[in-house]
Design a protein around this ligand. Structure first.
Ligand code: TPP
Length: 322
């Protein structure tokens, strides 16, 4: 049982890594336009959060949203097609990578930093009003914690015991701003105390630690005890977006981070050491995941792009066509 769960977590880590590598290919080939924010190095958070989420729960993510979408059960095909600006995409290629929206899984994201939290708060309030035992997860980076929306959302969730889980992906950097130089508190999780919320800081490079802490945070919110703040530390291996020269970080430091904190490498070693898997099994999982993603990418590349004449189709408000 324990090894099945561990293998499933390893598989999710691999799938997330390969998903973002498939996105990178589209930047190199110029099939993907605009800024692309990938999460390579941060996979353990997405891989760890998947298990505690139920279909009715809502997740509202950020500009760096791919892994949270996959964790919530968004179709990898529809997400990749959206990122590749295809008619088969989640939003028929009109939203792009920063604005995926999936009514069927209650997943959405916003490119406005900090704005994921008030939207998640709205879901949480709606769940409470309807007497549903769903939770709303608002994801933010460390930079987003410093916005007014973080305070306002947690204050209201604390005052009204709303089922809001704030998941903070602390990768240290908000573009070029080091959180350690701009935060008035030592940790971001300790801000939870001001709102009577559950709070914890964990190492977000280990999917086991994430799964355990995230399940506790979700249980707390689901059981009507009010909001939770989970700060998961992680490392962003790439620049802020593909095209960022990333000169604010030392080259040697970046090399060290990749060498010492790769969640896939670390989890592989952990499973082998604990006798939960052998190297061949893990190789096979990685290989299968890579092949599946290669096939998916080929399929997506063959899909059609929306025609410019349909730019105003599929809007909720003011649509001219049915
Ligand atoms: C309201 C707002 N201000 C500024 C930006 C520009 N911007 C995009 S991402 C980003 C930094 C976000 O940092 P963080 O929240 O730590 O997330 P990370 O990129 O590390 O995942 C900024 C300032 C924005 N998108 N929205």
């Amino acid at each position: 049982m324990e090894n099945e769960r561990s293998l499933a977590r390893f598989e999710r880590l691999a799938q997330m890594r390969h998903f973002d590598e498939a996105c990178l290919a589209g930047v190199m080939s110029r099939e993907i336009h605009g800024e692309l924010h990938i999460g390579i190095g941060q996979e353990a958070i997405g891989a760890g959060m998947a298990e505690a989420l139920r279909p009715g729960d809502a997740v509202v993510s950020t500009h760096r949203n791919h892994f949270h979408a996959l964790a919530k059960g968004v179709s990898p095909k529809a997400l990749l097609a959206e990122i590749y600006e295809k008619e088969t995409g989640l939003c028929r290629g009109r939203g792009g990578h920063m604005h995926p929206f999936d009514l069927s899984t209650n997943f959405s994201a916003t490119g406005i930093v900090g704005a994921s939290l008030p939207v998640a708060l709205g879901y949480a309030y709606g769940f409470k009003l309807r007497g549903q035992d769903h939770v709303a997860v608002g994801v933010t980076g460390d930079g987003g914690v410093l916005t007014g929306g973080f305070h306002e959302s947690l204050n209201m969730a604390g005052a009204w015991d709303l089922p809001l889980v704030v998941l903070v992906e602390n990768n240290r950097w908000a573009i070029s701003v080091d959180i350690n130089e701009v935060s008035a508190t030592e940790t971001l999780a300790e801000r939870s105390h001001s709102y009577g919320a559950w709070g914890r800081k964990i190492d977000g490079t280990d999917p086991d630690l994430v799964a355990k802490a995230f399940a506790e945070a979700v249980d707390h919110a689901r059981s009507g005890q009010g909001p939770a703040v989970l700060e998961a530390t992680c490392h962003r291996f790439h620049g802020h977006f593909e095209g960022d020269h990333d000169t604010y970080r030392d080259r040697e430091e970046k090399r060290r981070i990749r060498k010492e904190h790769d969640p896939l490498v670390l989890y592989r070693a952990k499973l082998i050491e604990a006798g939960l898997a052998d190297a061949q099994t893990l190789d096979r999982i990685e290989q299968t995941s890579k092949e599946a993603m290669t096939a998916l990418l080929e399929e997506v590349r063959d899909d059609t792009q929306p025609d410019a004449s349909g730019a105003l189709d599929h809007r909720f408000v003011g649509a001219t066509s049915p």
